[in-house]
Design a protein around this ligand. Structure first.
Ligand code: WTA
Length: 655
């Protein structure tokens, strides 16, 4: 690691090789600057041109942007298209035989499907949905393992204009219930189980449980894909097997042509306060973002074998598994399992076996694979790789250097992509044949993305101290609203001080080259293994346990996960008397959180106190809790604290 350290201090810059530049879709810095200049000169003309050139329209649009009711922007509004048509039918004439998906199951079994067959399966499934009365505008919750079927389910909804809402398979029945009721879903698509790391993990029981929690009367159909053939409880009144649903269905299904602004999906994500918010995306603007970033950032070529390791339960799996690669007519790898099974060489073996050219994963995965087997990539032939990507959190320079040298053979540019559920596609990221890259920075905004950094008054700052990351102008792939809560959308993302700019919720600064460095969230959102978790969500989950009077959650830096969850808990009874008792209750509470939200939200550490540090007005002083969680001396001003003695108690609490 020492040579890596020295490289870090050199602040090295990696310029793309002449060969890479030559073949790149955006070749050279001048080409990037020309695109930016075009966008500056005629902003709507720029996006209008791209939308016409990139998407296939049933009915062309005549107006590019309607900003008359800002921030409820409308793009390409009078145009009509279908997203599934753009992802499937669009390729049938020229490349029906081309492999669309290489699916590798947990146990290593590989299934390939070409565009012709994928199209037929999506059509059959879409016809199946229609046979159950599911129609345009209905919401469909998808709670599936990584599989070809998960993509078929999403594309099938898009085909008939139903709005999907994918819920990550690692979320609990409570989280699922919250999303089903908020979206008032008509149907749930699930599987009997998922296979991960050699284990069968039932999925359907969580759906069954969610439906008993009340308020799910809207759900009239539960479609169950048989993955594991395990014992599955069955409610014949509304359950139907996937294979029974599609049996006998026609393999053609005329797409439902929808307006450009028709919601393609809702995806729930954590915010700073309250319950998860349903981020609503459009059809045309969203798909344009996914496709244009495939071309610019992933430098997509028809010969690529593309692999994004994200689960379809996250936005990354929407844009770069379910939609982007298919819309480009590409070949992609989808993986059911975990990177450490049967050993920590699994990713590298899969890159070798499938001759992956473009590999996109998260810093947390990279860090854990370094730890579990930093030398393992050398045992595999990774020469097919030509581009690497990173997403979800800032990548530390050490992990970057390892990724670059050991995985990429010092040959492949790394695209560190900054974006969010709300932005739909990459916002700040290198165009790999244009800009030089540096470890730890996502470099410069995509052409047409007017990202900048401002202070509290909303004025732009260019210094190294930084401020709030904002996007000054609307862009096609952005969030349209929060499902059922337009006020929260307006207040949360477009606060008055920002003068109409989109407030991303991250802080950032710029270096002397104008490159953006993301510093972290400005709100009470944690980033654990690249997953967004609201502190409030975890606090409410803890507080709903009968043992708990009050709880506060903060993040602490963590070597692998980026951030760890630390909980400060006040019990209803006395503090646990012995360390054993404290650990026992902590374990109960950890499992409770796993059940309420999902295992990813489990606190890494729980400290019990008689109280929490509060101001005289009763506000919890989180900055003090953060210092305690990090093991730092408290040097901050505690004069507004009502109960200073609590700090020592929490500092010395058993963990
Ligand atoms: C963080 C994931 C630094 C950031 C696509 C953002 C990043 C949040 C990066 C969104 C990156 C994502 N560098 N930070 N390359 N990518 N983030 O909605 O804090 O799950 O606001 O979308 O992840 O998380 P989300």
């Amino acid at each position: 690691m020492s040579d890596i350290q020295s490289v870090m201090h050199e602040n090295r810059v990696f310029t793309p090789s002449a060969d890479f530049v030559k073949q790149a879709n955006v070749s050279g810095m001048e080409a990037y600057q020309a695109l930016c200049a075009e966008a500056s000169k005629d902003y709507t003309g720029f996006w209008g041109r791209l939308a016409r050139e990139t998407l296939q329209w049933k009915k062309p649009f005549t107006k590019t942007l309607d900003d008359s009711n800002a921030p409820f922007y409308k793009w390409f509004e009078d145009g009509e298209l279908n997203v599934s048509y753009n992802c499937l039918d669009a390729h049938l004439a020229a490349s029906a035989d081309k492999t669309a998906i290489i699916f590798e199951a947990d146990d290593g079994v590989v299934t390939k499907i070409n565009y012709r067959d994928l199209h037929a399966r999506v059509c059959q499934f879409a016809n199946g949905l229609k046979s159950r009365g599911i129609k345009k505008g209905d919401r469909v919750v998808i709670y599936m393992p990584m599989s070809i079927e998960a993509v078929v389910a999403m594309q099938g909804c898009a085909r008939i204009g139903a709005i999907h809402s994918v819920v990550f398979g690692g979320f609990s029945s409570k989280s699922l219930h919250e999303r089903i009721t908020d979206a008032k879903a008509s149907a749930v698509i699930t599987a009997d189980a998922q296979m991960r790391g050699g284990r069968t993990m039932p999925l359907k029981p969580a759906v069954d449980e969610a439906l008993t929690l009340g308020g799910c009367e809207s759900v009239h159909t539960v479609i169950v894909y048989q993955r594991a053939a395990c014992d599955t409880a069955w409610d014949a009144s509304n359950n139907i097997w996937w294979h029974d649903l599609v049996a006998g269905q026609e393999s053609v299904c005329e797409p439902e042509w929808v307006g450009a602004e028709h919601p393609l999906f809702i995806l729930y994500t954590s915010g700073s306060t309250g319950s998860p918010k349903g981020v609503q995306h459009s059809s045309a603007g969203y798909l344009l973002g996914a496709m244009i970033s495939m071309q610019w950032v992933f430098d997509y070529k028809a010969s690529d074998i593309f692999w994004c390791t994200a689960d379809v339960g996250w936005i990354t799996g929407h844009s770069y598994v379910a939609y982007g690669p298919l819309a480009m007519g590409g070949t992609q790898v989808i993986f059911e399992g975990v990177p450490t099974y049967p050993d920590a060489g699994r990713f590298w073996k899969m890159i070798q076996d499938h001759k992956v050219t473009t590999f996109y994963t998260a810093p947390t995965a990279i860090r854990s694979l370094i730890k579990l087997g930093g030398e393992l990539p050398k045992q595999y032939d990774l020469s097919s790789l030509r581009l690497l990507g990173s997403v979800g959190e800032p990548i530390n320079p050490e992990a970057w250097m390892w990724y670059y040298n050991t995985v990429g053979g010092a040959r492949c540019p790394i695209v560190d992509t900054w974006w969010q559920t709300e932005t739909g596609c990459h916002m700040i990221a290198p165009l790999p044949g244009a800009m030089p890259i540096k470890p730890g920075t996502c470099t410069l905004p995509l052409p047409g993305i007017m990202a900048t950094i401002v202070n509290e008054a909303g004025d732009e700052v260019f210094d190294q101290h930084g401020g709030f990351l904002v996007i000054k102008k609307p862009f096609p792939s952005q969030i349209r609203t929060i499902w059922g809560d337009p006020e929260r959308y307006k207040k949360g993302y477009f606060p008055e001080e920002m003068h109409g700019a989109y407030l991303a919720g991250d802080s950032a600064h710029r270096d002397e080259d104008g490159y953006f460095w993301i510093m972290g969230r400005i709100d009470d959102v944690l980033n654990v293994s690249g997953h967004r978790l609201g502190t409030m969500e975890i606090e409410s989950a803890l507080a709903s346990n009968p043992l708990v009077a009050e709880a506060a959650i903060v993040g602490r830096p963590h070597e692998i996960k980026g951030e760890a969850v630390v909980a400060f808990v006040v019990l209803k009874g006395a503090r646990p008397e012995t360390p054993e008792k404290a650990r026992e209750i902590a374990e109960i509470l950890r499992n409770w959180v796993a059940k309420e939200i999902g295992p990813i939200a489990k606190p890494d550490e729980i400290r019990f106190g008689e109280n929490l540090p509060k101001t005289r007005s009763g506000k919890i002083m989180r900055r003090l809790l953060r210092a305690i969680a990090k093991g730092e001396e408290i040097t901050q001003d505690v004069s507004t604290l009502e109960n200073p003695a609590i700090l020592d108690q929490l500092k010395n609490a058993v963990r």
